[in-house]
Design a protein around this ligand. Structure first.
Ligand code: GUN
Length: 289
């Protein structure tokens, strides 16, 4: 099919997110109507990174809108590893907390893996604990990282065929690249994980039916990197001259991709929605419904 004949859908991640949040709000409402407490998410911020503070505000608002409780705890940038771990352990012990999220990145000097590894796996709504990451690898039920879940939801709702599809993931982070590769593989795609040392990256991307860019290199994926009819998912967030920029040249892939997620109102709202869903899942497992 010549590229000109493809009509590209720019995914409205916010509209999709709102549909799912409505269902989640109804589920929360049913618990509360039955006399149970609302689920509660605890978010921890270490330091005062403005981008992180703004993400946390979005999470708090999203909780409020569906009737979920949230708490926020800020530790100083100078907090020690022991201080942060003690704060995580207090949340683990708090019966009223269902989900715990330690906002990343952490200030330099803190060991993020050691800290996320202290979160109770039953409250690990980021899916970063080795228990959850390992269970994902083994194909067992677990709490899974939110952005990968959001990506899978977008692919499903847009009916992108994954069975036997060639999927390319650029980026190998613990929070996006690795888990989304496993989820795509579980959906029977053939997955290639690419990264900064990959040779012939453009050629590999051009072979992809599903292309996930999660590497943080502004506008890396250009029109001639995309196979006609591919689903292109942009997870990258970079700031270029004060402007938020994704990994994909969204305008450039118009008329080539079948769907593309924009860097604003694309995957981001879906990530928050999956955080709400994970918190509800953790709550329901904990209260035994
Ligand atoms: N910072 C940016 N995205 C995320 C996320 O999904 N989880 C956490 N904990 N921190 C983040």
């Amino acid at each position: 099919m010549p590229p000109e004949s493809i009509s590209t859908t720019v995914v409205d991640g916010l509209a999709l997110a709102n549909e799912i949040r409505k269902e989640l709000g109804e589920a929360v409402g049913r618990h509360v109507s039955a006399g149970r407490r609302a689920p509660r998410l605890a978010v921890m911020l270490v330091g005062d990174d403005p981008a992180s503070a703004s993400y946390i505000k979005g999470k708090r608002r999203a909780c409020e809108r569906i009737g979920m409780d949230s708490t926020e705890q800020t530790l100083p940038a100078a907090a020690s590893q022991e201080d942060v771990i003690a704060a995580v352990e207090a949340l683990n012990a708090d019966e009223g907390v269902d989900g715990i999220l330690v906002q990343l990145p952490l200030p330099a000097g803190l060991d993020a893996n050691a800290i996320t590894g202290c979160v109770d796996p039953a409250k690990d709504v980021d899916g970063l604990h080795a228990m959850n990451a390992g269970r994902l690898l083994l194909g067992e039920p677990c709490l899974t990282a939110c952005t990968p879940l959001g990506i899978m939801e977008i692919l499903e709702r847009f009916e992108i065929p994954l069975e036997g599809a060639d999927a390319v993931v650029i980026g190998r982070s613990n929070i996006v690249g690795k888990p989304v590769s496993l989820l795509l593989q579980r959906a029977n795609a053939t997955v290639t994980m690419c990264h900064s040392r990959t040779r012939d990256l453009r050629e590999r991307c051009r072979a992809a039916d599903v292309l996930v860019a999660a590497v943080g290199v502004p506008l890396l994926v250009k029109r001639d990197w995309v196979k006609p009819g591919a689903a292109v998912i942009d997870v990258g967030v970079s700031v270029v001259d004060g402007v938020l920029t994704g990994d994909v040249d969204t305008a450039g892939v118009d008329g080539v991709a079948r769907i593309v997620t924009p860097h604003r109102r694309g995957v981001g709202p879906m990530t928050i929605t999956m955080l709400l869903r994970n918190t509800l899942t953790a709550y329901e497992s904990r209260i035994g419904t």
